[in-house]
Design a protein around this ligand. Structure first.
Ligand code: LMR
Length: 362
């Protein structure tokens, strides 16, 4: 446990105990929800929406304090803070569960494993999602929901078009062994770094480039310090909303139920806005004119995909072959369904045919 986390936790506890007079001891239960991104991102907006729903429906029994932008804790520290109960709720990206010892979550980091959101949701919302959440129990954590962000894009101060363009570049990654292997497979040098430090690291040239969905890139102003962006959709970034298990289990059952339902509704909202937020961010980056946007053509995506496929094999043991195979199956099922839909005679009461796409179609 880092000293800084323990000290921050103590400071928070002291501040809280002095701030609340004894007469108000039975005041609302406080849920501190800490996260590392800006408020105007899919995660940020959904955290605020959850607060609204929870407080309205809790009828004065609960208060949710949302702390965005690493205000309280950075990536790794926030996990520790949750485990010691200094905060009650987080939504770390799925990449950040590996360092906790739950390597199966790295499934979501595998490059090009989910060709579309549909196949991803089948995995998250099915038995695999449940299995992953069960693995958190032993860490004193309860998983409440999977939230979406989107597919990641590559950025740097030079064009990233062919695999050769990555050679020797220092690329910032989240703390995931899969992402480390991914960057190495591209010939780059991966550098693990907390999200809050990426902008200045790019500005100062500590790293040359990075990967993130557009909403994160734009809201952290990374486009101001990255001249080139490649729409590669080469990997996925999503979240698990988690709570301290003891805190959650100790809640009165009716309140837990209310919060659970608020989380369910916040999740529907979150998944609805995620793509819109990313599309909007891309439009804003283009409008800002700071960064040249290049869409990786299909033929080159296939080349990137082939270069990155060995990473799946490399992590089969750590992640679990069954999980990887299940993700492949989900992708194949979606593709078959889309193809069948595309060839079925048009029906008035159904949406129009969706064109099957072997690489990525969101
Ligand atoms: C990152 O570190 O790049 C992301 O995990 C940040 C986030 O939470 O979206």
């Amino acid at each position: 446990m880092k000293l800084s986390v323990v000290l921050s936790a103590l400071t928070l506890a002291l501040a809280t105990s002095f701030a609340i007079p004894a007469a108000q001891a039975a005041d609302p239960l406080v849920i501190k929800f800490s996260h590392v991104v800006a408020p105007d991102t899919p995660k940020g907006r959904a955290a605020d929406y959850f607060k609204k729903l929870a407080e309205e429906r809790g009828k004065g029994r609960v208060k949710v304090e949302v702390y965005p932008n690493s205000q309280l804790y950075k990536d790794r520290e926030e996990m520790e803070a949750l485990q010691i109960g200094a905060v009650q709720m987080l939504a770390p990206s799925l990449a950040k569960f590996g360092p906790l010892g739950v390597r199966s979550f790295e499934l979501f980091d595998l490059p090009y494993i989910f060709p579309n959101k549909e196949s991803l949701y089948r995995v998250m919302d099915g038995d695999i999602g449940k299995k992953l959440f069960n693995l958190l129990d032993a860490k004193g954590i309860t998983g409440l929901a999977f939230w979406d962000n989107g597919f990641k894009q590559m950025s740097a101060n030079k064009p990233l078009r062919s695999l050769d363009d990555f050679k020797g570049l220092k690329m910032r990654i989240q703390s995931s062994k899969v992402l480390e292997a991914q960057m190495k497979a591209l010939g780059a040098f991966p550098q693990v770094m907390a999200f809050s430090e990426v902008y200045s690291a790019l500005q100062q040239g500590v790293v040359d480039g990075t990967e993130n969905p557009m909403s994160n890139l734009y809201t952290q102003k990374m486009n101001e310090v990255q001249k080139h962006l490649t729409i590669s959709d080469h990997g996925y970034l999503g979240y698990a909303v988690i709570v301290n298990k003891k805190f959650w289990d100790d809640l009165p059952a009716d309140l837990r139920d209310t919060l659970d339902k608020a989380m369910r509704d916040a999740t529907v909202f979150e998944r609805k806005i995620a793509q819109e937020e990313n599309d909007e961010a891309l439009a804003k980056v283009k409008a800002a004119g700071t960064t040249q946007v290049y869409v990786l053509p299909y033929k080159d995506r296939v080349v990137w995909q082939q270069a990155l496929l060995p990473v799946h094999k490399e992590f089969e043991e750590k992640i679990g072959r069954d999980l990887i195979q299940a993700a492949y199956r989900a992708a194949a099922e979606v593709e078959q369904e889309r193809a069948a839909q595309a060839t079925a005679p048009a029906k008035k009461d159904k949406p129009g045919p969706v064109k099957a796409d072997k690489v990525r179609k969101q």
